[in-house]
Design a protein around this ligand. Structure first.
Ligand SMILES: [Ca+2]
Length: 331
């Protein structure tokens, strides 16, 4: 932490237990802001963490935090007042993805981290009642923070995020300028679904740039105009690109559309249309099953971060009059 005007201590270490959830409450307290219970008529969720500002000038202050749960892809832990119970789900290694394993055989370990910081001595057999107490608290926290149902398949878990956000929504309208840096999981859920991407542009003849894109150099798709042609480029892990290209585009008000027809799981046919006429088609036999990228975003009118296609350099801002892009799920 760096706050020369607010923290007298320089280069010191604090050992009060804290977690990432404590950062926002700490910033709020030091900025003198009380988190409102309601904002613009919307009831706010309470802050989960505990401000650690109390430790700035008081290195010996007792922990204010009472408990902290952890859960990631089925691995679980709970810290309570200097004790920690942990469970490495099914002894699974992080690279074992795309699998589901039973939870009921998971073994829990117990550590007194207040004295054994590096979790070197498992006390589960020595203090079985303490372990049961912590497991029960994990359960309480897990219900409170929507951890259940446990789900350990990382690939599917990431893939399902969009379903949870959008339910049955079929139409997504994005306006330009403005619709950029939208997290992939918060953008239209087109993966493994038949869909169209469509816009109408009054073409003058010198337009260039990205219309709609998601992802980057490791994967994604992009629809763009270059040298008078409409392109769609699907980047499959940067090893395979499915590229569609139109004839030279006309001038005037022009409807530009990409159509994906799913033929089997994570595969299909891509079609490109100009003013309702099919101008190109490509088989797309291998497609992403979960996530294009962990860091890239969905953008309209430019490709932020790294570029999806080798045909341009990012951000390749669209230089014409782009009003809106409509994505429709057609399954
Ligand atoms: Ca990008």
């Amino acid at each position: 932490m760096h706050w020369p005007k607010g923290i007298k201590a320089k280069g010191e270490i604090r050992d009060q237990y804290s977690h990432i959830s404590d950062i926002a409450p700490t910033i709020m307290e030091t900025a003198g802001i009380t988190v409102p219970e309601e904002y613009h008529g919307v009831k706010q969720q309470p802050m989960d963490g505990v401000s650690i500002a109390y430790s700035f000038d008081n290195p010996e202050a007792p922990n204010k935090k009472q408990r902290q749960y952890y859960e990631m892809f089925g691995n679980r832990a709970i810290w309570v007042d200097g004790w920690k119970a942990v469970s490495l789900h099914a002894d699974r290694m992080p690279w074992d993805v795309n699998v589901t394993l039973p939870f009921d055989q998971d073994k829990w370990e117990l550590y007194h981290v207040a004295e054994d910081f590096s979790e070197s001595t498992d006390l589960a057999e020595k203090y079985p009642e303490k372990l049961e107490e912590l497991k029960k608290i994990f359960d309480e926290e897990a219900w409170k923070y929507n951890v259940y149902p446990l789900h350990d398949d990382m690939i599917q878990r990431l893939a399902k995020q969009q379903d949870r956000l959008f339910g049955d929504q079929k139409e997504f309208v994005y306006f330009s300028p403005g619709a950029i840096r939208i997290a992939e999981k918060a953008s239209a859920p087109v993966k493994n679904r038949s869909h169209t991407i469509e816009t109408t542009i009054d073409l003058k003849g010198d337009e260039e740039g990205v219309i709609a894109v998601v992802g980057g150099m490791t994967g994604g798709f992009t629809m763009f105009i270059k040298e008078g042609h409409l392109f769609y480029d699907y980047n499959y892990l940067d090893g395979v690109h499915y590229i569609l290209k139109s004839e030279p585009l006309p001038k005037g008000k022009t409807d530009l559309k990409f159509n994906f027809i799913k033929t089997k799981p994570f595969a299909g046919i891509g079609e490109l249309y100009v003013n309702g006429k099919k101008v190109d088609e490509a088989e797309m036999p291998k497609m992403h099953i979960s996530t294009y990228s962990l860091a890239e975003t969905f953008d309209i009118g430019r490709d932020t971060g790294t570029q999806v296609s080798k045909f341009y350099n990012d951000p390749y801002i669209f230089n014409g009059e782009l009003d809106r892009v409509v994505i429709r799920l057609t399954d």
